[in-house]
Write a protein that binds this ligand. Structure first.
Ligand code: NAD
Length: 364
């Protein structure tokens, strides 16, 4: 849910009327009477009434056709892969903000929905992998013998990766991790995990926002070679490596999967961006060469209560930033307003998204 009951008063106190689609929060544990008690109106349909629409997933073309012209939309828009919807939003004169495009500046931290969802995904990834593994995670000394701890290898130690490392440590596993950004080593070690020294120096590892930059094919090939022994000795591998706006790099080849012990688990957190493992099938759990390979789509939705609370806070914080004196005030000079803005006044205004659409148009 993009709004939870406790946040309704924040919007009404700012001068807005709040309408919630009846029943929309039920599966996440937020019921109609909870919204009503906080001052929201329940409606069977909200798309055609909202001046400002808060949503989780991008609207479908059908939904866009029901939305009010000149309205404002705030949601995850999947801006790099959602060309048809983005064109439709522009054509309907909708001002659409994409939560994925929030700039990484200190002011924007309370609005950082991607980081919030990565926290949820990193935690749940470990629980899912642990439940599929035919072994314990912790070291156990019992009368029936000693159980050795599971080994977990995390590739990519950003927000999701660090959360996965912390969760796997708390469950008692021995954890190793690697990231191309050198700054990460200290964070990995502070969680009690070992940083895998691959002897590789990534060129220009990160951009000014702290995101990883893409590396050459040659680099990725060397990385695969150097990581082989870490992957082979792990019981669970959790790859999370992403480069914004691009397909996730392939870091685990079929050969590397073949080198793993049967019963091991790969939980590919990069599945939504194509996957870090060559064999990952996004949205499916498969077994190849005796290894369970899971490619979850939208793990945060499996912890819907707190994922909704966290997402709703980021969205509400962002909406509060856009409001002034009970109305919307779009200062397009402000990078916090401008950064996530994708469509406005009938145009696609985000430079990178626009460039993608143009290059698609020119592809024969
Ligand atoms: P992300 O989800 O885009 O990527 C996940 C991780 O994959 C990153 O750590 C990246 O370096 C890593 N990666 C990419 N290619 C790799 C490869 N070939 N091998 C191994 N790892 C690879 O990133 P994220 O988790 O959203 O954020 C990354 C960092 O940005 C965070 O750790 C944090 O330091 C910073 N950050 C800053 C702000 C802010 O300033 N507001 C907010 C959130 C995150």
């Amino acid at each position: 849910m993009a709004l939870v009951p406790e946040l309704v008063p924040r919007l009404t106190e700012a001068g807005l009327e709040v309408a919630v689609q009846s029943g929309a929060g039920e599966l996440a544990g937020f019921f109609d009477d909870g919204y009503a008690a906080k001052g929201a109106r329940l409606e069977a349909e909200v798309l055609d009434k909202a001046d400002i629409l808060l949503k989780v997933q991008p609207p479908t073309i059908e939904e866009i056709s029901h939305m009010k012209e000149d309205s404002v939309l705030i949601c995850f828009l999947q801006p790099y892969t959602n060309a048809t919807a983005i064109r439709a939003l522009a054509a309907r004169q909708i001002t659409a903000f994409s939560m994925e495009l929030m700039p990484r500046i200190t002011r924007a931290q309370p609005m950082d929905a991607l980081s919030a969802m990565s926290t949820v995904a990193g935690y749940k990834a470990v629980l899912v992998a642990a439940s599929r593994l035919p072994r314990f995670f912790p070291l156990l000394m019992t009368a029936a013998g000693t159980v050795t701890p599971a080994r977990v290898f995390v590739i990519g130690a950003g927000v999701a990766g660090l959360q996965a490392i912390g969760t796997a440590k708390r469950l008692g596993a021995v954890v190793e991790a690697y990231d191309t950004r050198p700054a990460v080593k200290e964070q990995v070690e502070s969680l009690g995990a070992k940083f895998a020294e691959l002897g590789l120096a990534a060129k220009d590892a990160e951009d000014k926002s702290g995101y990883a930059k893409a590396q050459s094919e040659d680099f990725y090939q060397k990385q695969q070679e150097m990581m082989s022994k870490y992957v082979a000795s792990a019981d669970v591998v959790i790859p999370t490596a992403l480069v914004p706006g691009q397909r996730a790099p392939i870091l685990i080849t079929e050969e590397m999967v073949r080198g793993m012990r049967p019963g091991s688990v790969i939980l590919d957190l990069a599945a939504e961006q194509g996957g870090n493992c060559a064999l990952t099938e996004p949205g499916r759990e498969i077994v190849r060469h005796g290894v369970v390979i899971i490619g979850p789509m939208n793990l945060p939705s499996t912890i819907p209560f707190q994922a909704s609370e966290m997402y709703a806070r980021t969205v509400t914080n962002y909406l509060a930033h856009l409001l002034k004196d009970g109305g919307l005030h779009l200062d397009l000079e402000d990078e916090l307003t401008r950064g996530p803005l994708v469509t406005h006044r009938g145009e696609v205004v985000h430079e990178i998204v626009k460039a993608r659409l143009c290059s698609e148009n020119s592809t024969p």
